[in-house]
Each structure stands twice: as C-alpha cells, then as structure tokens.
Design a protein around this ligand. Structure first.
Ligand code: SF4
Length: 264
C-alpha cells in the first residue's frame, strides 16, 4: 500500500512543486518549545512578469463622443476614430485595447458576438482566441473568410473576468454597433450566443430554444434578418455532435439566405 507521505509528495508534484527544503534545525533555546521544521515551496519556474497595463486612468472628465459625431461618421474608419477613446461605461477604464471589429466594410454577412475576451483585449481584434479559431473554421467551411465577412461585438471593451456585459454597459455601447451596421449594410446578421440576440433584437428567451429561428431587426430604416446561433465558446465547452450540427445548420441557413435569387 502507498505510504501517505508518498501520496502527498505526488500531489505536490502535480501542482508544480519540485522539491521541499527542510530548514536546518536550530538549537533550541533553553526553556522554549522545540521549533517545528519549516517547509519552503520551491516553484518549478519563475513566474512570468506581469503584463503592463497600457491604460492610464483619465484625469479629466470621462470621455464620451457626442452622438452627433457618431452619426456624422461616414465610414467605418471615421467611426472608429470618433469612438476609440470612449470611456462612457465602466468597461472603458479597464481595457487594454479597444476592439472595434474587423472585416469587409461592405460585408453581406455580419457576425455579432458578446464582447472581447482576454486575447481580444490584448490584440485589439475580435475573436482571436480559441473561440475565434473555431469561428474562422466555421466561416471558412461556409466558403467565406474574415476578409469577406465582418465580425463585431455588442461591447467594444473587455468585461472583467469575461463576464457578461451588464444591460447598462451593452445599452451604452449599442449605438456604436448600430452605426456600424448602418455603414456596413449587411444582408444577414448571425448573432453568437444569447447576449447579442438580447441586445440587438430585444429577445430574452434562451438561445437553446431560439437558435435556428429567423428573427428581424430594424437598423437605420432597414429590416435585417437575424439568425441566432450558439457562441463558439459554448460549442467548445459542449463539444457534442448535436451542438456542432446545430451551429452548422444555422450557418447554412444564413448562407442559403444570401444565395437566394434576387427578389425572392
Ligand atoms: S464598452 Fe463601449 S460604451 Fe463602454 S467604454 Fe467601451 S466603447 Fe465605450
């Protein structure tokens, strides 16, 4: 039978502790109790240096671009310039990089996710982590690419610990996405997960129930069909054939809508 000390040592090894150093036993001073041995944990490798934060807290009034400047933006580049210093909601001060969105400025197919995660915050680009790799594969399987579609999020700054943006944060940021949609004029929007469906279409029912069912939104005087599907991060967590098949069906429905003959 394995000795309990052996099991303890194996557990420490799994946690990365490669050795224990026993302090030399001190000669006990006369009437005091004998000192107990002290174990010092030796880390396997030095910790990486902390990543410096690029953001410096504002010293003046909180910056929020006037709505007129957002509406006046005639191109996506104009819009990005107008809003990339935004500190209008509590997410702004915590961001490393502003994640505006990227892709074809005249894309027919627009993907909308929830908000930047850690990798996106570091790189300033949407969907660049593991979930992004999966999204790229799905887009590629449809016959598109990042360059021929557009990818954006409901909020443009990372929520701490990747939590869901609060309704207040989402509402504060939504005007920017609406202006993006007005400028891109996509024929179809695919929402990824529950948050973009809730914020864009005002639908609070669960994504499991609503995925695959066409919805419609009005932006800039245009009605745009919306196909709700699961977020790629959810697909990675629930990597079952059923979930993957469901997402694939939803994406194919979006593609079929784009491919339908004009006027039908
Ligand atoms: S999340 Fe949106 S509203 Fe909030 S600070 Fe960032 S850009 Fe501004």
């Amino acid at each position: 039978m394995e000795h309990p000390l052996q099991a303890w040592r194996d557990t420490l090894r799994e946690l990365g502790v490669v050795g224990l150093v026993r302090e030399p036993r001190l000669e006990p001073a006369a009437p005091q109790a004998a000192p107990q041995p002290v174990h010092r944990v030796v880390p396997e490798a030095p910790l990486p240096p902390a990543v410096p934060k690029a953001y410096a807290p504002p010293t003046g009034p909180v910056a929020c671009p006037p709505a007129a400047a957002v509406q006046a933006a005639a191109t996506l580049a104009d819009l990005q310039r107008a809003i990339e210093g935004c500190l209008a909601c509590p997410l702004g001060p915590g961001r490393m990089k502003f994640v505006f969105g990227e892709g074809d400025p005249a894309a027919r197919l627009l993907f909308v996710g929830e908000g930047p995660g850690r990798d996106e915050d570091l790189q300033g680009r949407p969907f660049v982590g593991k979930a992004g790799e999966l999204l790229d594969k799905m887009i590629g399987a449809l016959g598109f690419s990042r360059e021929t579609t557009y990818i954006a999020n409901i909020v443009k700054c990372r929520p701490p610990d990747n939590r869901t943006p609060t309704p207040e944060e989402a509402h504060t940021c939504l005007g920017y996405l609406h202006r993006q949609i007005e400028l891109i004029r996509p024929d179809v929007i695919v929402t990824l997960g529950a948050t973009p469906l809730r914020e864009l279409a005002g639908i609070t029912e669960g994504i499991t129930k609503l995925r695959g069912q066409w919805q419609r939104i009005q932006v800039g005087g245009r009605e745009i069909p919306v196909m709700p599907t699961f977020h790629p991060a959810y697909v990675l967590r629930q990597y079952t054939q059923d979930v993957r098949r469901a997402v694939w069906q939803d994406l194919q429905a979006a593609k079929e809508w784009l491919d339908r003959p004009a006027g039908s």
